[in-house]
Ligand binder design. Sequence first.
Ligand code: PMP
Length: 407
Amino acid sequence: SPVFDVQSIREFFPILNRELNDKRLVYLDNAATSQKPQVVIDALSNYYSHYNANIHRGIHTLAEEATAAYESTRVTVRKFINALLPEEIIFTRGATEGINLVAYTWGRQNIHSGDEIIISGMEHHSNIVPWQILCEEKQAILKVIPVTDKGELDMEAYKNLISSKTKLVSVVHASNSLGTINPVKEIIDSAHQVGAVVMIDGAQSTVHLDIDVQQLDCDFFAFSGHKVYGPTGVGVLYGKKELLESMPPFMGGGEMIKEVTFEKTTYADLPYKYEAGTPNIADTVALKSALDFINEIGKDAIRKHENDLLKYATTQLETLPGLRIIGKAKEKVSVVSFVMQNIHPQDIGVLLDNQGIAVRTGHHCTQPLMTRFQIPGTVRASFAMYNTKEEIDKLVSGLQKAIKMLS
Ligand code: PMP
């Protein structure tokens, strides 16, 4: 594979030339959303400039071109996560919608009073709330895998939670708040031993790790386009074909039907059964450019670079007085969360922003996890393929200034 040269990679991302307060932007909020390479921006503009049309129903040339481009993304996504079949790829608005789709369709059909759903203590709110809504409606029980002091899942406790009552396990592959990579293969295999279905929240893992849904043998897997260098407003739900076929539809409308009469409607085949209405065509088309771009750079090379950044950042940050890293798992994606003695995360965020450095502060949509660590929130720096060690140096010197000013 080609040599990884971060300076030439940066040139693909126009926003990285942005200046804030006369300082070059240092974008370290990639776990919230990644920046977009020019090929993705061009794909959007090209779609609207040359072949914008509604898909699947027109016979005119533009409709055919738009349909082909939209379906071509499905084929690319299938390969990207190694699903068996393209019809196992459902386009959604994002990871949130994918999880909700499963909760409202599979969940409504299969969860009954007294059944148990297992999630973990490090879930994003989008992998908590849909299951709470479902449990409330069905009088089912939500169980939570505890998180250790290092920020790993307590796998002993998980094995003890699992029983014949467990109907679904839904866990995050990589934590957005801590960076922890969870042993999802082991989680999935144990769940399958009791006949439970497993959903994996891949919102943070898909951009960093090789995803092979067949090897994992997960039943559902969800991720968002905007975190894999693609546009906002498009995401993917993978589901095993026989499950997707057995579930009722999510939304009713155009595109998702075979035949409608007032007496009875029959539903379209996969994947269209779950894609009611005019989908987000432009962003779905551009998602292919993002995945092609990642493939061209090479996930191995990207991961190696990001791991170097993670190690460097961890070492440098730990030299700062009063700084404590939250989440010291053995396996992490390139996310560092930390708190500082006597300084509120938000104050740090504001001071860093004044220096052109974008980090995230707060609970990162994982309030129960913050409660677990007895903190109001963290400062989170999260790295992408285009970040550099010089940027981490700027973060560290920015923090040194913050310490001087605020403590
Ligand atoms: N799960 C995790 C772990 C996330 O980090 C996020 C996004 N912060 C989501 C789910 C939800 O993704 P989206 O907001 O794109 O639907």
